[in-house]
Design a protein around this ligand. Sequence first.
Ligand SMILES: [Zn+2]
Length: 327
Amino acid sequence: MIIYYNTFIGDELINKISDIEFRQIVDSILSDKEGWPQYGYKFIHDIKNPQLKIYIRGAYETEKKLCKGLPGLSCTRFKKNGDPIDIIINYNNWIGGSKSELSIEKYHKYVINHEVGHWLGIGHTKCPIEECKKRGYTSCPASIMQQMSKGPNHISPCVESYKPLPYDWIIDDPTKSPYLFSKTNRFKTKSGLTQNKAKSELAQNKAKSELTQNKAKSELTQNKAKSELAQNKAKSELAQNKAKSELKQNKNIDLKQNKNNNLKQNKNNNLKQNKTKNGLAQNKNNDLKQKNKIFIILTIVIILILIVIIIVIKNRIHNFISIQLLK
Ligand SMILES: [Zn+2]
């Protein structure tokens, strides 16, 4: 459904806010695909004959004159028969004076989406805590039709949000919401065409998104597998290199040991040989010494025998001479 709209600033704000800037901000909020367009609405800026008129007015004008009985708030005004008149945005809230803790950009989105929600026919809602539980949400986003301008405590246990809940949350749907104003259901999207188109686009986008996600997941898995393969290869090479290195080391150790053993043996052999040589030499010396001893003893014995013989012979000669003389 197409809704033609225009923005206006109050005379009291002419030197405080730019007409163009306000319109640009509202334009961007109303054309956001995650905003009301997800429910099949298309907002077109129209200066001449707008259905939806969005004003920004000073706090005094808003609270004392235009939105009577609603201090500190913006409002959507209705005729007695329930037809919407216009939307009045409170300038004080627009520049950050509300109790909301949303950033100023998000508060702008909240307040425009909230008041346009009223204009489309939805009243204030409660926190969709049961739906959040079903969906497994630990932090439950507030419905756009809760009053964020009254501060976080007012919307508890929900947390502040700034755009309508997604299409499949019934609570913010202007055609199905249990909080619809009784007579303002005229702004529901054309039953059938627009909604089906929107649904179809949503489904397509979802399918595309899932496809992209699956592709990304698949690539991720492949990359992971590749990475693991590379890692395993690297590990295997590392293990092989380590094994080779150990083998070399063992070989070197064996070689060294063999060398050492050989050296030791050679040393021992040399020692033994030397020992043997020394032994032989000693034996030789001992033999020589013994021979010398025997020789000396024999010589002495021979000399003694010779002396005895000489003595005997001398005696015999003497006896002979004596006998001869005696004779
Ligand atoms: Zn409201």
